[in-house]
Design a protein around this ligand. Structure first.
Ligand code: SAH
Length: 228
């Protein structure tokens, strides 16, 4: 069944451009999930396409009004899980991507712009808020695309055979840590050789080396991910 993922945004072009490629395209072509965008300006409060207004209490920046967001949400069929991309949200992680991928309900991603979104809409209509990290983006589109991309990787059938989301960093295949280092041709480059073991063809030895290297790398670069 084709799972609908809908992005509410004032810049649908961002979403549609990115959705032409990669896992977005694969998911659509394999009829697993379809990413679409609704233009909030089509649900504006006036003929000029207004979706925002000045903040009560004063201050810089415009705030997104609740009505266009609510009207756009009403245009989404089914009972979607509504996600708001926000610096105030829970940190987006591998585990959240896997969890949302396992669900069957339609997903809606609300992209804020300007100073943000009227709190009443967030309180009443949004189920979950996620942040991409401790920095501020000028809009939620990049965050929504990053979240959707990482979700689609966990939808069975979206990725090809060789690439398995279950073997990548943070997954069980890496014991929750980082992936081992990767090498390809040429065997020697700028005086640097590919580790001997990888050239030998002993699959057991290679697997053991990769496990060891993954552990070493995780301990060095992300000690917070060790022993999970
Ligand atoms: N005034 C807000 C920032 C607004 S940025 C504040 O100080 O917290 C405009 C929009 O970009 C937000 O409404 C949100 O949807 C999106 N955004 C910004 N930073 C983000 C982040 N780290 N993660 C996810 N979305 C983010």
């Amino acid at each position: 069944m084709m799972r609908p993922l809908t992005v509410l945004t004032v810049h649908p072009e961002f979403i549609l451009a990115y959705a032409k490629f990669g896992v977005f395209k694969a998911a659509r072509e394999r009829k697993l999930a379809e990413v679409t965008a609704l233009n909030l300006r089509d649900f504006a409060v006036d003929k000029h396409g207004s979706v925002d207004d000045r903040p009560f209490g004063g201050g810089d920046g415009m705030v997104m009004r609740p009505e266009p967001l609510t009207a756009a949400l009403a245009a989404v069929s089914g009972e979607p899980r509504v996600i708001y991309t926000s610096p105030a949200g829970k940190p987006w992680t591998h585990a959240e991507a896997e969890r949302l991928a396992a669900g069957k309900e339609p997903l809606v991603f609300v992209c804020g712009r300007f100073a943000g979104v009227d709190q009443r809409f967030l309180d009443k209509k949004v189920h979950e808020q996620y942040s991409l990290g401790d920095f501020v983006l000028s809009g939620g589109e990049l965050a929504a695309l990053a979240m959707i991309d990482s979700i689609l990787r966990f939808v069975p059938g979206v990725l090809g055979h060789q690439e398995s989301a279950l073997k990548d960093s943070f997954a069980d295949g890496c014991a929750g840590g980082l992936e081992h280092p990767l090498y390809t041709r040429p065997p020697e480059w700028e005086g640097m050789k590919v580790p001997e073991v990888l050239m030998g063809g002993d699959h057991e030895k290679i697997a053991a080396w990769r496990r060891e290297e993954a552990k070493r790398r995780t301990a060095e670069l992300r000690p917070d991910l060790m022993k999970r």
